[in-house]
Structure formats: structure tokens, C-alpha cells
Design a protein around this ligand. Structure first.
Ligand SMILES: NC(=O)c1ccc[n+]([C@@H]2O[C@H](COP(=O)([O-])OP(=O)(O)OC[C@H]3O[C@@H](n4cnc5c(N)ncnc54)[C@H](OP(=O)(O)O)[C@@H]3O)[C@@H](O)[C@H]2O)c1
Length: 405
């Protein structure tokens, strides 16, 4: 990071004046741009104080010190200067392509999109203002034009298209991912990057839709950043700068391996698979004991999502416990270790299944099918049809702020 510091100091004065000039030169940019420009200007003024000149914070996370990088180190003019000779070629336009691409474009960078001509994403990109032949191209053409190749195809598609993509990633380009999946599980995906390019990762910790909405609100999403291969010596700096470019507020350093293991594990666990399993198990036992659907749903999902989980999110678990009755507290304190003991072996089996590639192989098989969209829709329709979620529709309709779905 020494080069980052040197660059930062050398061009500090130049930058401040350029912020004004460049923002003024782009009057038609979106509201998001001006919001960010304001925060960039604020960042620039903060840089006058040496201790705050770096957007790197060493923070104590429960006794472990970790470095966190923040957008404040990259005022807009510096960001634009850093990438002035680059073309960011965004390959794929799913939720991340949409969020990251529009944010980088609104940040005034040179961005092009590469997707299958005539596909769903091609249409979506045009709706978002990308123009065929100008900044929207078929995949191979976009890679040829780009210097930073942001591979945001679905993970299965990254593997399927690699034989045609790989020869186009020539020396001097940078290869960027938002997931460690393809390169970490290279034995299954066959994605083996060329040895003469930087390979980096920025993985927003949230949907691409959130990446976009937070940016438009002048805020930023948390992202993980990592380096797989550093041939230029600048890979980490570039990853952090790209993290800012696509709309990150804070960036946590990790490795490709840790990013993909934790991500696949979390979404299969508490974030999605685990929560559906817990909800369903609790609901079914209540129903088997004669409770009505509304009572079972209210006691399982509605109170959790509407009352208690937001308290955990805002203030932590102890706060939520404290906010509940003494009766609830006593029982929860007694049963939490029983649930932990029952669930831990499941989580251990899950982590092993992630690490040994089983989860990757399943995902590649399923998401690589020609029928993957229809197959997924069928399984999601089955969830939608479960009694718990049908009951939920009626419960939700009684909320004071209900809007028809
Ligand atoms: N979504 C998230 O919450 C999230 C969060 C962090 C990181 N990530 C990572 O970001 C990357 C992109 O994910 P995503 O959710 O934005 O996208 P996605 O929905 O998984 O992928 C969509 C893109 O892949 C293209 N695609 C699918 N099959 C293709 C094929 N055979 N050939 C060419 N293109 C194909 C689609 O184009 P068509 O429309 O033409 O089919 C579309 O542009 C992944 O590595 C993912 O793990 C995602």
C-alpha cells in the first residue's frame, strides 16, 4: 500500500481542484452522482488532516484487530484519475452487473457491458440506458475492448464460457470477480486464469439491487476484497479502488478461499436454507399440536421478522433478550444451548460439503442446465405453496402498512 500513500499525497492538491472541474463538466449526471460527488468532496477535505488522510481503519472486532478500507480514501476525482486509461468491461448483467455497472458509470468511469445479444440481459441493459455499439456489446467484443474484465456472469456460466473467454484475457488486462467460486474450485469449473494478469475480487455483501439503492442514497454497501494473483504489484490497490467504483462504503480484506467458503456456507445456513428449515420445523410442530395456521405463523415468522429480528439487527442479541418478558428470557436462555448443540453437527457437515466442493458441483450441475430457470421456478413455486407461506400471505395483508403483492 506504500504506492497508494505516495500517490495520495503527490496528487492531493491537484485532486481537490479537479473535483470541482470534473463535476461541473458533467451536469447531466444522475442525482446519485452529485450525492457521491458531495461525499467525495467531503472526503477530500478530510484528507487535509494527516491522520485521516488514509481511508484505512484498524478496528477491533471482538478482540481481533482487522483493517477496513473506506471510500473516504478515494474522492471522486482521484478515482476518475486512477482509472482514466481503463475501460471497465462488465461481462454479465444480472443483479450485480446492474448495480455495479450503473454505479461505476455514475462515478464517471468508462464502463461497457458485454452480454449475449438478444438475451434477457441485453434487453435489461438497454432499458438501463446502455447503447448497442456504444457501450453495450456481445461478450467477446466487450472483453477485447476492456482493460478490466469484470466477470459477472452467473457462476455456472463463468465455467461454461471460460474456453472462449480465457484466450481473450491477454497480458495487461485485469481479471475481476465478485465471488471466489470459479477460481477456488478450478478443478470443477476449469477456470484457470492466465498467469500474466492481476486477478482480484470485490464481493458486495448483498444483492446487486442493494448495491444500487445504497449508492443512490449516498451510502455504500460493505464488500469483501481479495487478491488471487498480483503480477503488477498494484492488485490490492486496484481491488480497493474498484470496490469504491462499484459502490462499496467499507471493504474488508479476505482471500478468495475464505470469501467463497463463508459465502456458500452462510447462504445455505442461517441466511436462507437454515432459516427456512427452522421456520418450517417450528411451524409443523405447532400445527401437529392443534394450533391454527395463523397462530403458528404469527408465533414463528411474523413476530420474528416484524419485532424481534430487527432488534437483533439494531442492537444485538442481549438487547433483544432484554426487551422480552422475564418468562421468555428464562426459556430462551435455557433452550439456546440445546439448539446450538443440535445444529452444530449440521453446520459442520455443511462447511465440509462447501470446502470439499460438493456444493459447487451441485450448483454447476443445476445452474448449468438449459432448463435452470424453469427448474428453479418449479421449486420456488413449491415453497410458495407450503401452508406456512400461504398462511403468511393472509397475515401480511393485515399489517397496517400492507400493500397488495
Ligand atoms: N446476486 C448476489 O446477491 C451476489 C452477491 C455477491 C456476489 N455475487 C456474484 O456476482 C456474480 C454475478 O451474479 P449475479 O447474481 O449478478 O448474476 P446471475 O443472475 O447469477 O447471472 C446472470 C448473468 O449470467 C448470464 N448468463 C447465464 N448463463 C449464461 C450463459 N450460458 N452464457 C452467457 N451468459 C450467461 C445472464 O445472461 P442472459 O440474461 O443472457 O441469460 C446474466 O447476464 C456471481 O459470481 C455471483 O456469485 C452475486
Amino acid at each position: 500500500m506504500a504506492s497508494l500513500a505516495a500517490r495520495s499525497l503527490r496528487s492531493a492538491a491537484r485532486r481537490t481542484s479537479r473535483i470541482t472541474a470534473q463535476v461541473a463538466a458533467k451536469p447531466s449526471q444522475t442525482a446519485a452522482y452529485s450525492l457521491l460527488a458531495r461525499s467525495a468532496a467531503a472526503g477530500a477535505s478530510r484528507q487535509a488532516v494527516p491522520t485521516a488522510a488514509r481511508g484505512i481503519k484498524t478496528l477491533d472486532f471482538a478482540g481481533t484487530k482487522e483493517e477496513v478500507y473506506e471510500r473516504a480514501d478515494w474522492p471522486l476525482a482521484k478515482l476518475q484519475d486512477y482509472f482514466k486509461n481503463d475501460t471497465l468491461a462488465l461481462i454479465g448483467y444480472g443483479s450485480q452487473g446492474h448495480g455495479q455497472g450503473l454505479n461505476a458509470r455514475d462515478n464517471g468511469l468508462n464502463v461497457i457491458v458485454g452480454v449475449r445479444k438478444g438475451g434477457e440481459s441485453w434487453k435489461q441493459a438497454q432499458e438501463d440506458g446502455w447503447v448497442p455499439g456504444e457501450n453495450l456489446f456481445p461478450i467477446e467484443e466487450a472483453i477485447n475492448k476492456g482493460t478490466i474484465i469484470m466477470n459477472l456472469l452467473s457462476d455456472a456460466a463463468q465455467s461454461q464460457t471460460w474456453p472462449t473467454v480465457a484466450p481473450l484475457i491477454t497480458k495487461g488486462k485485469t481479471l475481476y470477480f465478485s465471488h471466489g467460486f470459479s477460481v477456488v474450485f478450478k478443478d470443477d469449473t476449469k477456470v484457470i486464469p492466465p498467469t500474466d494478469v492481476d486477478v482480484i475480487l470485490v464481493a458486495p455483501k448483498g444483492s446487486g439491487r442493494t448495491v444500487r439503492t445504497l449508492f443512490k442514497e449516498g451510502r455504500g454497501i460493505n464488500s469483501s476484497v481479495a487478491v488471487w494473483q498480483d503480477v503488477t504489484g498494484n492488485a490490492k490497490e486496484k481491488a480497493i479502488a474498484l470496490g469504491v467504483a462499484v459502490g462499496s462504503g467499507y471493504m474488508y480484506e479476505t482471500t478468495f478461499e475464505k470469501e467463497v467458503y463463508s459465502d456458500l456456507y452462510g447462504e445455505r445456513g442461517v441466511l436462507m436454507g437454515g432459516i427456512q428449515g427452522m421456520f418450517l420445523a417450528q411451524y409443523k410442530v405447532l400445527r401437529a399440536n392443534g394450533h391454527s395456521p395463523s397462530e403458528a405463523f404469527n408465533e414463528t415468522v411474523e413476530e420474528a421478522t416484524q419485532s424481534l429480528f430487527p432488534l437483533i439487527g439494531a442492537h444485538g442479541m442481549d438487547y433483544m433478550y432484554n426487551a422480552c418478558s422475564t418468562t421468555a428470557r428464562r426459556g430462551a436462555l435455557d433452550w439456546a444451548p440445546i439448539f446450538e448443540a443440535a445444529n452444530k453437527p449440521v453446520f459442520e457437515a455443511l462447511y465440509a460439503s462447501v470446502k470439499n466442493g460438493t456444493e459447487t458441483r451441485k450448483s454447476l450441475e443445476f445452474n448449468g442446465r438449459d432448463t435452470y430457470r424453469a427448474d428453479l421456478a418449479k421449486e420456488l413455486a413449491e415453497i410458495d405453496d407450503q401452508e406456512i407461506w400461504r398462511a403468511g400471505k393472509t397475515v401480511r395483508s393485515l399489517r397496517p402498512d400492507y400493500k397488495p403483492e
